[in-house]
Write a protein that binds this ligand. Structure first.
Ligand code: PLP
Length: 337
């Protein structure tokens, strides 16, 4: 048994999902004629109470399109220093949008209204114009930490007051929502654009959606084209997304329960000093007396995979293909180390 906890992207489509993919009616989506893509875009936008959606190959693309929509050359994005849009998207803020970025610090990868207010540039010849605030929920580098709607509301109000756009990298937003019980529509009401990944905990092979107003999504379609993301009979992939939204949201709670159990097992090991609080499906363990490379090597010998996540940090992510049997095996193997 191989236990792959490197990411929730390693999940494979289930039999039911594959059947839905095979059965999907398709057309040419660049002509706007793929009925399954259109259905997925309408379904997810509807769920969030937003006007329109755009199906893209990756969450990097949906985030980068959003940044392009909300910035121009010589403008600036405000985000946490650990944001995916900054750390893990290949310098795309600069490369795709010629924009600058202001990085904020904050516990568990989160930033506050007061910090943002202080970071908005003055109308001054020296400064890039601040046009966008980008948040991430759940926060990957924060150990899958959650923003609640109560934290978002004042940020949204500030952005409105200052004329800034607010984007959400919601790659794992459903992980947050199944924990808090908050409704997608309430989240949709507080952002200009939201990016959602289907290829993480929701278990699809490919795909992310960008949600926003009709006019923003119309512009986003053009940006997707120039990024090379216009796809043809993409309904085969979109069908997996529709299936996931219908069948695989609630089960994210199981991933969270197993992550909490995994965190407990890890905290009992002599080589772990602590984990970040486990809020969703991500466990970040802080090591002592062993380097991440050494631990990963030892784990690999037991057929367990994880990733280095900092100088003394290792990340474990639970997902659809990590069940109770895998959790038990993980405990057994770790006990032998
Ligand atoms: C995975 C992820 C993305 C998008 O990644 P892709 O691999 O390009 O789909 C964006 N933001 C966060 C927080 C992620 O975890």
């Amino acid at each position: 048994m191989v236990i792959d906890l490197r990411s929730d992207t390693v999940t494979r489509p289930t039999a039911g999902m594959k059947e839905a993919m095979f059965a999907a009616p398709v057309g040419d989506d660049v002509f706007g004629e793929d009925p399954t893509v259109n259905a997925l875009e309408e379904k997810l936008a509807g769920l969030f109470g937003m006007e329109a959606g755009l199906f893209c190959p990756s969450g990097t693309m949906t985030n980068q399109i959003a940044i392009r929509l909300h910035t121009r050359i010589q403008t600036e994005v405000i985000c946490h220093q650990y944001s995916h849009i900054y750390l893990y998207e290949g310098g795309g803020i600069m490369a795709n949008s010629l924009a600058s970025v202001k990085l904020l610090t904050g516990d568990l990868g989160k930033i506050t209204t007061a910090q943002i207010a202080e970071s908005i540039n003055p109308d001054d010849v020296h400064a890039p114009e601040t046009t966008l605030v980008s948040l991430e929920n759940t926060m990957n580098k924060g150990g899958g930490s959650i923003y609640t709607l109560d934290e978002i509301k004042p940020i949204h109000a500030l952005c409105k007051e200052k004329g800034l756009k607010l984007h959400l990298d919601g790659a794992r937003l459903f992980n947050a929502l199944v924990e808090t019980g908050e409704s997608p529509a309430d989240w949709g009401a507080h952002f200009d654009t939201i990016s959602i990944c289907l290829s993480k905990g929701l278990g699809c092979p490919i795909g992310s959606l960008l949600l926003g107003t009709k006019s923003d999504i119309k512009r986003a379609r053009k940006v997707r084209k120039v990024f090379g993301g216009g796809m043809r009979q993409a309904g085969i992939l979109a069908a997996a997304g529709i299936y996931a939204l219908d069948h695989q949201i609630d089960r994210l709670k199981e991933d969270h329960a197993r992550a909490r159990a995994l965190g407990e097992i890890l905290r009992k090991q002599s080589f772990v000093t602590e984990t970040l609080p486990v809020s969703t499906n991500i466990v970040i363990a802080k090591l002592v007396g062993i380097t991440p490379e050494e631990l990963l090597q030892k784990l690999a010998e037991k057929n367990i995979k994880a990733v280095k996540f900092g100088k003394d940090l290792v990340r474990f992510v639970t997902h659809h293909d990590f069940g109770d049997a895998e959790l038990e095996e993980f405990g057994k193997q770790i006990g032998k180390m």
